[in-house]
Ligand binder design. Structure first.
Ligand code: EPS
Length: 370
């Protein structure tokens, strides 16, 4: 299984990623990694910064001639020089509601909001996305594929999708909001433009799908082995995510049992996929379908009420450049993060210190459950 850590600050020198436990013998497609990182960037509604951040990564260890060796992988992504600033400004003492600012200042005894904000920033997801892109690349060896798409921005929603995985993927290729419906996408853009005019921000919902999963990743036998719990944990750790649901999720609360559950046609086929591909904490062979709610960014040009932390006097939260909406970027990060957790469930089940060992174990299992 892999472990990974990130380090770095939004306006520091850059971000470091260390991945430990990645199997040996895997030829990395560096172009694919870069294009996955680029996909996270520059969606409609993001801050001007996304136009100039290049997110070019360097790999510093763990490969020989582009093939993983089993040693820890390390990567570095430098922030654009325009984004690097030092030292931090004089004390910024007016935390934003909806952000890590206030609790972070008190917890770490910081007198300056920036010391919190710099690390809490969504920019950190650039290296998590890199880790996820690599994980997804490994899973592709087993034909596991994924996609992410935006289903709701500020209340403008796509209708429930009847699309197959591949038709949905095709429909997304030309969208710069990661939306499968071009008419709804235009309405979403209008919504973002008016939010910008009103100096507010917008959240939304994205959906992740992953297909061609073997049955039995995760386990029902112990609480901390349940795959849906592990995925939800990781998705909730993405900056701005406030809710996660699998399949019909919260609708289970209002759907009677005979309509809620996915009738079994054969060991590999169901009539429906309300469960979103996971039952009893294990993959059941259907597509994983998981959606996340994203909050509106907390930095507002028309700021909300706050206090001066030093004096406790009422004032307004500080104002700075910000995204109006980052739901599509969060969707790409979500897809990457889902990839990390699935890779770990996969390595847990099939083991192996190298790709070829993992393949052997996987093939044996596939024959066994046929
Ligand atoms: C972010 C604020 C913006 C975003 C940034 C995350 O940065 P800045 O404050 O420099 O305008 O652009 O996201 C990224 C740079 C990125 O790569 O996603 C924040 O406050 O979280």
């Amino acid at each position: 299984m892999i472990r990974y850590l990130t380090a770095g600050e939004s306006h520091g020198v850059g971000y470091t990623l260390i991945i430990d436990g990645f199997p040996a013998g895997f030829k990395i497609d560096f172009n694919h990694l870069q294009s996955f990182l680029n996909k996270r960037q520059n969606f409609f509604g993001r801050s001007t910064r996304s136009c100039w951040e290049e997110n070019l990564f360097r790999i510093l260890s763990g490969v020989s001639e582009g093939v993983t060796t089993g040693a820890p992988l390390s990567f570095f992504i430098e922030n654009n020089s325009k984004s690097q600033k030092k030292p931090f400004k004089d004390h910024l003492k007016t935390p934003r509601p909806g952000h890590a600012d206030l609790a972070g200042m008190l917890k770490f005894d910081h007198k300056n909001v920036e010391l919190v904000w710099e690390r809490a920033s969504g920019r950190e997801t650039v290296v998590r996305t890199l880790c996820g892109a690599l994980s997804l690349q490994f899973l592709k060896e087993f034909e596991i594929d994924s996609l992410s798409h935006v289903t709701n921005i500020g209340g403008v929603k796509t209708p429930p999708s009847k699309n197959t995985f591949s038709s949905l993927k095709n429909a997304l290729s030309s969208s710069n909001l990661l939306c499968s419906d071009s008419e709804i996408e235009e309405l979403m853009k209008e919504k973002i433009k008016s939010a910008e005019k009103e100096k507010t921000s917008l959240g939304g919902i994205f959906e992740l799908r992953m297909t061609h999963l073997p049955i039995g990743l995760g386990s029902y036998t112990q609480w901390d082995q349940k795959l849906d719990a592990l995925i939800a944990h990781d998705l909730m750790s993405i900056q701005g995510i406030k809710g996660v649901q699998f399949g019909i999720g919260f609708l289970y609360g209002e759907t009677p049992g005979h309509q809620a559950h996915d009738e079994i046609i054969s060991t590999t086929q169901r009539k429906t996929n309300n469960a979103g591909g996971i039952e009893g904490g294990m993959t059941n062979g259907e597509e994983i379908i998981v959606s996340c709610t994203v909050k509106p960014p907390a930095t507002l040009l028309k700021p909300l009420s706050s206090i001066d932390v030093d004096t406790q006097e009422k004032t307004k939260a500080f104002v700075s450049r910000s995204d109006v909406c980052f739901v599509p970027s969060a969707a790409v990060v979500g897809e990457a993060v889902l990839g990390i957790q699935i890779l770990n469930a996969f390595l847990k089940k099939f083991g192996g210190d190298s790709l070829s060992q993992t393949k052997k174990h996987y093939e044996t299992y596939c024959k066994q459950i046929k």
